[in-house]
Design a protein around this ligand. Sequence first.
Ligand code: PLP
Length: 385
Amino acid sequence: MKNVYLDNNATTQVAPEVLDAMMPFLRDMWGNPSSIHTFGGQVARYIDKARAEVASLFGADASEIVFTSCGSESDNAAIRGAVEAFGTRPRIVTTRVEHPAVLSTCRHLRDAGYDVVELGVDSAGELDLDDLRKAIEGVPVLVSIMWANNETGVIFPIEEIADIVKSVGGVLHVDAVQAVGKLPIDLRAVPVDLLSLSGHKLHAPKGIGALYIRKGTKVRPFLLGGHQEGGRRAGTENVPYIVGLGRACTLAAEWMPHETSKLAALRDKLEAGILATCEDATVNGSTANRLPNTSNVSLEFVEGEAILLHLNDLGIAASSGSACTSGSLEPSHVIRAMGVPFTAAHGSTRFSLSRYSTEQEIDYVLKHMPRIVKKLRELSPFGRK
Ligand code: PLP
């Protein structure tokens, strides 16, 4: 079997329906939506439709959606735009397990003189909400916390977090890049102020994202120029990709109710199979509060990269928790923040499934994993017998 793609938290395949929806806007309807003539006018209403489709996936109003180029842009724009609109310098509270798009932005602001607090997590990757309560007490505050972790799939209790942040009048940004399209979200019930999402994590193409800005939330415009996106983000709209994101959101809403349990069952089969057939395997992150598509498994005494290379030779795409940059094989900041022991952290491997994953694919991975792990352990530099 070739091409078993289990790296969907990195990026997803563009859904055929999304591509079909986009093509007319690359081929025929290429007008500038700001133009008064028919070329433009016929296109503008499709942007409105896409905005409504995105908003409807999580109970927002279309007027609260700003299209961006990616999740990273949405995160940057939300955090920088909100702190600069505060009037006074707020404290910024985030977590140690955020995506670099959030962490680097907060650390950049710390270097510029902002007071930044990074909350830790426990060994299951979960937050202690009392730490959050203490960190936001008595100061103006912007809180940026992710809905679901890209490496472990651990879900943070955003409903509770939102109530806590709102109780002190703080502003809450949520990086929901991994949650949108995988978890039911209803922002009518959860008082999040700003929420980031990214098209390529939910079967739209790379190069399109969105930022939800709750009505009344103060955010400095993040790209100056024309009047597009309500003056918040200038630049002629990326119409085909916006249309694609809209379609992807509608598809996600259709798939989610009946696919979530199928996805979780496949993920659980994969995980249980690995735990049963590979010695010294442990799951990273809470299994109770997790995205249905994600499993992060540590295999002690082996390097995650070596597992990935062997899987890749078999046509299986997964991901590792360690960043092989500069040859250091440093475990990822998420796994480190959870205090996973060194020998396990290095063998952390993430499998992330999608609506296109099949049982045959899972069986194929399970057939090969024990042999790969056994072979690598025999060659292990970490000193296992
Ligand atoms: N936030 C999270 C949680 C992510 O997983 C990612 C991408 O992996 C991003 C932000 C950045 O999204 P993008 O790749 O669209 O910039």
